[in-house]
Design a binder for this molecule. Structure first.
Ligand SMILES: [Zn+2]
Length: 72
């Protein structure tokens, strides 16, 4: 039986507090923090988001941009 490789690819979990989904994307923790989403990891590092939370973040950052435009 072949020995398993030393570097085992481990599934990265979503870094949003309380979320147990598998991460789909990695994004700057600062961006996630700024969007008002709670990270269970260090916000100064890269955060990993599952598909659902990435979508939520995208929605929130989109809203931010719209508000900026309205504030002109
Ligand atoms: Zn998640």
């Amino acid at each position: 039986m072949p020995e398993p490789k030393h570097a085992v690819e481990k599934a990265q979990m979503c870094d949003i507090e309380g979320c147990k989904s598998e991460a789909d994307r990695s994004i700057a923790g600062k961006k996630v923090d700024k969007a008002g989403m709670k990270l269970s990891s260090d916000p100064s590092k890269n955060a990993h988001l599952c598909h659902a939370h990435y979508k939520e973040l995208k929605k929130k950052t989109k809203t931010d941009r719209t508000l900026e435009r309205l504030g002109w």
